[in-house]
Design a protein around this ligand. Structure first.
Ligand SMILES: [Zn+2]
Length: 192
């Protein structure tokens, strides 16, 4: 499955999703196991897929401005799946968070992330999110851009995270929207 996962072939595989008619939850009936996903992410190239960096940076800037409106920007900062760290860079420039935790399983982007965080207190953990690596009551911001809807057990993760938050912490999640015009226009080929 690796070539399909990394989207390098024309012949892409799509996992269809369903909405439960009873409770309305949107889910994938068939997907990978945690161990398989860990392998896939580790060998994956950065996620930008040839999109111009300034376009990506502008998008991330828009997301960061939303965080800025709500976050006290004191205390710890957690980002899951920062990829090349465009969002992280904005958080670092503000110079207010006292410690950065990044969970990023892709080996290819590790050195880019280290460069961004140079001179700050940080931990870059090359795995999927492991909440137990974060001390209790330390985070004032949690950021996941296109990550939450890829977690196998989002609810469990969120419940675990709760004990790691400082009072008044801000959580920023950017998720794909299957009810969007883009999703409707793309139909079965929607890349959510
Ligand atoms: Zn249901």
């Amino acid at each position: 499955m690796k070539p399909h996962w990394n989207a390098v072939t024309r012949d892409r595989a799509y996992f269809s999703y369903h909405r439960c008619p009873v409770c309305g939850v949107l889910y994938c009936p068939e997907f990978f196991m945690e161990a398989e996903l860990t392998q896939f992410y580790a060998s994956m190239p950065d996620n930008t897929l040839g999109v111009a960096p300034d376009v990506l940076k502008k998008t991330q800037r828009g997301y960061f401005d939303v965080l800025k409106r709500f976050s006290s920007r004191r205390g710890g900062y957690l980002e899951v799946g920062p990829d090349l760290g465009f969002f992280t860079a904005y958080a670092v420039q503000e110079n207010t968070y006292n410690h950065f935790w990044l969970f990023e399983p892709k080996t290819e982007v590790q050195s880019a992330l280290k460069t961004i965080l140079a001179g700050r207190a940080f931990d870059i953990i090359p795995s999927m999110l492991a909440v137990d690596k974060i001390p209790p009551q330390t985070l004032s911001a949690v950021v996941m851009v296109h990550v939450l809807d890829h977690l196998l057990e989002p609810r469990k993760i969120l419940e675990q995270l709760k004990s790691r938050l400082l009072p008044g912490a801000t959580l920023l999640f950017v998720t794909h929207d299957e009810s969007s015009w883009l999703a409707r226009a793309m139909g079965r080929r929607w890349d959510g």
